[in-house]
Design a protein around this ligand. Structure first.
Ligand SMILES: [Zn+2]
Length: 44
């Protein structure tokens, strides 16, 4: 899931799965679809 996060230089979009920061909502959504951390893993 992607969450908006406000910084001094503007709003960023953070991937909650891996913590990556993206500049635009579109980039964040694209990342989210490809994020490896997205898949649930019950086995550590
Ligand atoms: Zn991610």
């Amino acid at each position: 899931m992607v969450v908006e996060t406000e910084r001094d230089d503007g709003v960023w979009y953070e991937c909650e799965e891996c913590g990556m920061l993206l500049e635009t909502n579109g980039e964040a959504e694209q990342h989210e679809q490809r994020c490896d951390a997205e898949e649930p893993s019950y086995v550590q």
